[in-house]
Design a protein around this ligand. Structure first.
Ligand SMILES: N=CN[C@@H](CCC(=O)O)C(=O)O
Ligand SMILES: [Mn+2]
Ligand SMILES: [Mn+2]
Length: 321
């Protein structure tokens, strides 16, 4: 495809076949009835704001980070659950712009392809909702945002990551799913990063030290039992500093009771209820420029419950943005 020329990556346009569910005599009852599909080449500039789902079919970063592979099957699994959800929103146009697909473990080219996609969607007045794929999706999403906000000073762009992990590992042999925020903060020193749900037993002392040096804001999983006033006030302070917010959700930040289908599950993570409340709070700021949901690994899922959670997060973002 010429949009991705010079990149070693495959692309598949959005396909209605990916979305199915219960038939209804009435229109607009289920996602599978209303979702639109498109390819990236024929995207026309729209004056009304829309939402764009894009799949990041890549687990090369998870593999390079010594994780359990399978996340490249994530996007398909999430879409199968999205199609079946009822619709409780009006005047929202959601289009699936297809998949960028990693070839021969060429992580960097796949990331560049996703960055180009995110950039194009934002320029077309679309809020991207990227679905992964490993958490290396974050480096790609951020670079797409940065390109779209070329004239915006980097300290006006903030990142909020729902995750058990900082993902602040320094790049040693090659970038991977554990390095995205180290890469971003090294290249954009004035950009602020807030991690929600950090688990002490999932991050080394070295990672906490990197977070301190890089002035990363964070709250631990223990502070995420309820979405309380203390956290709201920290987030308000963070939101005040920035004009644009990128939200990224690593499913391994949830308790494995809700999200078993990830590379690194943990029983200690947050509940869906907590994340719903935090998301509603962040989305009402109207500063969100792009978002993604990462790390679904269908090979380890139980009764597709992690895919179902990811699909419901997509639906919730569309409702609240
Ligand atoms: N994406 C991040 N992954 C974690 C993996 C932790 C683990 O494998 O236990 C990390 O690098 O810290
Ligand atoms: Mn994680
Ligand atoms: Mn992560």
């Amino acid at each position: 495809m010429s949009f991705f020329k010079e990149l070693k990556v495959a692309y598949q346009a959005g396909d209605k076949e990916w979305y199915s569910g219960r038939a209804s005599q009435l229109e607009n009852q289920y996602w599978h009835q209303s979702i639109l599909v498109s390819d990236l080449e024929n995207l026309k500039i729209s004056t009304t704001k829309g939402f764009g789902i894009v799949g990041y079919v890549c687990d090369a970063g998870v593999k390079k980070n010594q994780g359990r592979i399978g996340a490249q099957k994530g996007p398909k699994s999430i879409r199968a659950k999205i199609g079946r959800l009822p619709i409780h929103f009006e005047n929202r146009k959601v289009t699936d712009f297809g998949d960028v697909i990693c070839l021969d473990e060429d992580l960097e080219d796949c990331q560049k392809a996703l960055s180009k996609t995110i950039h194009k969607l934002i320029l077309n007045n679309i809020l991207p909702i990227a679905i992964g794929g490993g958490h290396d999706i974050a480096y790609a999403n951020f670079n797409g945002i940065k390109e779209a906000l070329k004239n915006v000073s980097e300290n006006k762009i903030g990142i909020i990551n729902f995750d058990a992990h900082f993902d602040l590992r320094a790049v040693e042999i090659a970038p991977n799913s554990g390095t995205p925020f180290h890469q971003i903060l090294s290249e954009n020193t004035a950009t602020s990063y807030f991690a929600i749900g950090i688990q002490q037993q999932a991050n080394t002392k070295e990672l906490f030290e990197i977070a301190r040096k890089r002035k990363v804001s964070y709250v631990s999983n223990l502070e995420c039992e309820t979405f309380d006033e203390a956290l709201k006030s920290k987030l308000n302070k963070f939101l005040k500093k920035i004009d644009y917010l990128y939200i990224t959700i690593d499913l391994d930040g949830f308790s494995s009771a809700y999200a078993p289908g990830v590379s690194a599950p943990s029983a200690l993570g947050f509940t869906p209820n907590f994340v719903y409340k935090a998301l509603a709070f962040l989305l009402q700021s109207k500063k969100v420029i792009s978002c993604d949901i990462a790390e679904l690994n269908p090979d380890f899922d139980i009764d597709n419950r992690t895919a179902d959670l990811a699909a419901k997060l997509v639906d919730y973002i569309v409702q609240k943005a």
